[in-house]
Design a protein around this ligand. Structure first.
Ligand SMILES: Nc1ncnc2c1ncn2[C@@H]1O[C@H](COP(=O)(O)OP(=O)(O)O)[C@@H](O)[C@H]1O
Ligand SMILES: [Mg+2]
Length: 358
C-alpha cells in the first residue's frame, strides 16, 4: 500500500519558481502521469518525492506521512531516469543486483531474483554484457529492472522513453503499463509527451510554469479541459482555436465571422451575450465538411494521409483550421470547402485568461 500526496508544494531555485502551490495525489496502485512543457517543474516534483530535495513550503506525504527530513532510502521509492544512470563498468547482472546487494540479501537469493527479473524483461541473454554493448531498448529495460529489483512501494519515472526511437517507444509504453498493472505499484511518471500521458495514465496532472493546470482521467481532460492551456496541450493535431463574436440574427445565434450556428441552449447555459467576444476550441475530429457552399469558405492547403483518416490543413483569410475526415472522399489541395463544428463539441474559453466557460 502506497499513496502520494502533494499539499501546496512550492519550490524555487533563485529567481525561478519551479513549483507553485502544487496539489495532487496518487492513490494506491495508481499510474499518475505528470505532463507539461520542458521546464514546467516535472522533474522537480518527482525529485521531491524521491527525497532528492525538499519543498520550500507545503508538504509531500507518502502513505499520509510527511516526508520532510526523511532520507531518500527510507521513502520506499525507486527511480528510473531518462539517462538510465546505469553503472557503465558493471555487467547487466551486477546492475540488476545492486539494489539487492545494498540491502544485504543472500547471494543465492540475489541470483534467483536477478534471473527472474532478467527473464521477465527479456535480458537473460545479455546478463554478462556491459551497458555500452546493449541497444537503447535493452538499456531502458535494465534501468526498469534495477528499479524492480529494489521492490519499492513507489515507482518514479523521469522521461524514461525519450531516448528511444518511435516504434520502440510505443512498445515500451505498453510494456511499462502492463508491468505496472500486474505489480499494482503506485507510479508517478514524468513526460513532456502528451501522447504518452494520454495513453499510459490512469490520471494525468498537467503542469505549466510550476502550476497545476488540470487533473483528470485522460479522456475526461481531453474532452472536458478546464482551460485553454490543457485543451491545446493535449491532443494532436492541436485543437483549433478561433476568436469570434456572438451575434443574433432571426432568433439564431451565430459565431462571426465564421457563420457558425450556436445552439440556443448552449448560449443561454453559458450566458453568452450578444456582441461578446469569445474564443472557441474545436478538435479536428469534431469538424464537419458541410455540404454546399456557406457564406464562409475554407481553402485546403495540405492533405495528410494518416491511414484511417485524412488530415486537412485549411485556411480562410487569417484563420486556419485542421480537419480530420474519412478518407472516402479525398479533397485535393486548392479545393474550396465549407466547414462547421459539431455543435455539442464546441468549447468556449474566456478570451483573456483562457478559463473554460462552462
Ligand atoms: N537545481 C536547480 N537549480 C536551478 N534551477 C533549477 C534547478 N532545477 C530546476 N531548475 C529550474 O526549475 C524549473 C523547472 O525545472 P524542471 O523541474 O527540471 O522542469 P522539467 O522537468 O519540467 O523540464 C526550470 O526553470 C529549471 O531551470
Ligand atoms: Mg525534467
Amino acid at each position: 500500500m502506497a499513496t502520494i500526496q502533494f499539499e501546496k508544494v512550492c519550490k524555487t531555485f533563485g529567481p525561478t519558481a519551479a513549483l507553485r502551490d502544487v496539489e495532487f495525489s496518487a492513490g494506491d496502485g495508481e499510474f499518475v502521469v505528470l505532463v507539461g512543457p520542458s521546464g514546467c517543474g516535472k522533474s522537480t516534483a518527482l525529485r521531491l518525492v524521491a527525497g532528492l530535495g525538499e519543498p520550500d513550503s507545503g508538504r509531500v506525504l507518502i502513505d499520509g506521512r510527511n516526508m520532510t527530513g526523511v532520507a531518500p532510502k527510507d521513502r520506499g521509492c525507486a527511480m528510473v531516469f531518462q539517462s538510465y544512470a546505469l553503472y557503465p563498468h558493471w555487467t547487466v547482472f551486477d546492475n540488476l543486483a545492486f539494489p539487492l546487494k545494498l540491502r544485504h540479501h543472500r547471494k543465492d537469493h540475489i541470483e534467483e531474483r536477478v534471473k527472474k527479473i532478467a527473464s521477465e524483461l527479456r535480458l537473460t541473454d545479455v546478463l554478462t554484457r556491459r551497458p555500452k554493448e546493449l541497444s537503447g531498448g535493452q538499456r531502458q529495460r535494465v534501468a526498469v529492472g534495477r528499479a524492480m529489483a529494489a521492490d519499492p512501494g513507489i515507482f518514479l519515472f523521469d522521461e524514461p522513453l525519450s531516448n528511444l526511437d518511435a516504434p520502440l517507444r510505443a512498445s515500451m509504453r505498453v510494456e511499462i503499463v502492463t508491468r505496472q498493472k500486474s505489480m499494482h505499484k503506485t507510479t508517478l511518471y514524468v513526460t513532456h509527451d502528451q501522447a504518452e500521458a494520454l495513453t499510459m495514465a490512469d490520471r494525468v496532472v498537467v503542469l505549466d510554469q510550476g502550476r497545476v493546470q488540470g487533473i483528470g482521467h485522460p479522456e475526461q481532460l481531453y474532452r472536458n479541459p478546464p482551460n485553454r492551456f490543457v485543451a491545446s496541450f493535449l491532443g494532436r493535431p492541436t485543437i483549433n482555436l478561433l476568436t469570434g463574436e456572438i451575434v443574433e440574427t432571426d432568433g439564431k445565434f451565430l459565431l462571426n465571422p465564421f457563420d457558425w450556428v450556436l445552439p440556443n441552449d448552449v448560449v443561454s447555459r453559458l450566458q453568452l451575450e450578444r456582441h461578446q467576444t469569445v474564443q472557441v476550441g474545436v478538435r479536428a475530429e469534431d469538424l464537419i465538411l458541410t455540404a454546399g457552399k456557406g457564406r464562409v469558405t475554407w481553402k485546403v492547403l495540405t492533405r495528410e494521409f494518416l491511414g484511417d483518416k485524412l488530415l486537412y490543413h485549411t485556411q480562410s483569410g487569417e484563420w486556419n483550421l485542421a480537419l480530420l475526415a474519412s478518407p472516402d472522399h479525398s479533397l485535393e489541395p486548392g479545393a474550396t470547402i465549407s466547414i462547421g463544428p459539431e455543435p455539442a463539441k464546441i468549447m468556449f474559453f474566456d478570451v483573456n485568461d483562457g478559463h473554460r466557460l462552462a
